[in-house]
Design a protein around this ligand. Structure first.
Ligand code: ADP
Length: 297
């Protein structure tokens, strides 16, 4: 198993940052580690990469224990920390040589990773001449130098503009074809754009662990509708496929449905038939977003 975390707890003094966390990540998955600020994402990642000791539990990477076999774990893992620690005064190649020496990898590999992360057009520049997007590529290149099986990326897209964001997401997807990736974020769209699976953490506890495919299939449709008059809840419950009815304010309702069929025209027909006028009709489908809000509020 590339990543195994079992009953893991972390205390900073008396502050509980991780509480009995358990998950496994099999080979080849890109997993989004989603949670609000302070949820424990960075702490978990630092433990997996051996940068921080856990207080209790078991964590292994490629079968190597993070406490008793830290060196083998380091060889198996590429890590891009949250604040990508680059030496701005160095040329890209100098910076990557420095990392190549630590990992005892050949200089040829530097050219390989430069190509892999799309840094070729910028490769003769100093790091301080690069945009934030290209700086992230340098961090990714450094994490990939020793060709690790597992990649741990802590908020890899924070602070990027929309174009850089799209480029880095595509790059991570490409790299993810041959690696096991755990990436943290607090942005739901990020998970939808890149990941096979999402693990949601809140206040140090795992509150959801689902395949994106299952999540999207179980997606419920919520429609916000405003009528001109007060409708009876019992009457609204007679709309076909309706799952639940919730009054938001005045004559505005959230109606949820168990179907992928767009129910807006059905609601419109229902209103007409029952002497109601539809003033507003809006589909609210984002199951991951609603799941996240429900679980982390
Ligand atoms: P996230 O990455 O999800 O934002 P962190 O893992 O950074 O969350 O933090 C989890 C909790 O642990 C937070 O309450 C944070 O304040 C606390 N924490 C993180 N690092 C330290 C530290 N070095 N000392 C004390 N508390 C810390």
């Amino acid at each position: 198993m590339p990543i195994l975390v079992k009953n893991t707890t972390k205390l900073y003094g008396k502050q509980l940052a991780l509480n009995n966390v358990t998950f496994e990540i099999p080979s080849g998955e890109i997993v989004g580690f989603l949670g609000p600020n302070g949820a424990g994402k960075s702490t978990m990642m630092k433990i997996i990469t051996t940068y921080l000791p856990k207080s209790d539990g078991v964590v292994t990477v490629n079968g190597f224990d993070v406490d008793s076999n830290a060196l083998d774990v380091k060889k198996s893992v590429g890590y891009l920390p949250e604040h990508n620690p680059l030496y701005l005064e160095l040329y890209i190649k100098e910076y990557l040589s420095f990392h190549a020496n630590i990992h005892l990898v050949s200089k040829d590999r530097i050219e390989e990773v430069i190509d892999l992360v799309g840094l070729t057009p910028e490769k003769n520049k100093k790091i301080n001449q690069l945009s934030k997007g290209y700086r992230q590529r340098v961090g990714l290149a450094a994490a990939l130098l020793h060709d690790p099986e597992v990649l741990i990326l802590d908020e890899p897209t924070t602070g990027l503009d929309p174009n850089q964001l799209a480029d880095i997401r595509n790059l991570i997807k490409k790299i993810g074809k041959t690696k096991t990736v755990l990436l943290s974020t607090h942005i739901m769209q990020e998970v939808e754009a890149m990941c096979d699976r999402v693990i949601i953490i809140n206040k140090g506890e795992i509150v959801a662990d689902k395949k994106l495919k299952d999540l999207l299939e179980s997606q419920e449709q919520i429609i916000e509708v405003e009528f001109d008059l007060r409708a009876e809840e019992q009457l609204l419950k007679t709309i076909p496929n309706i799952k639940s009815v919730k009054n938001i304010f005045d004559n505005t309702w959230h109606l949820s449905f168990n179907t992928k069929e767009d129910m807006r025209s059905k609601i419109f027909d229902f209103a007409q038939k029952n002497g109601l006028k539809t003033l507003q009709l809006q589909q609210k489908v984002n199951s991951l977003e609603s799941l996240f809000q429900e679980l982390t509020n």
